[in-house]
Write a new protein. Structure first.
Length: 70
């Protein structure tokens, strides 16, 4: 899905569930390399924003990454 659509869905999910953290990320099914690079950067930097997903995407296909808030 496009970045804009993924961001819209992410925002809807965030409003509904307060115990989860959602991020826009490269789609792991269609952009395995970009997704893995994004996860490495997320572990190292921890303060990535949704716009950063564009830097790691190789095909402009995005998905929603779900995690738990600490």
């Amino acid at each position: 899905m496009t970045f804009e659509k993924a961001l819209k869905i992410k925002n809807e999910f965030s409003e509904e569930v307060s115990s989860k953290l959602y991020r826009v990320c490269p789609n792991p099914k269609t952009d395995f390399k970009g997704y893995n690079e994004y996860l490495v950067a997320l572990r190292e930097l921890k303060n990535l924003i949704d716009e950063d997903a564009k830097k790691y995407s190789t095909n402009s296909d995005f998905e929603i990454l779900e995690g738990n808030k600490f």
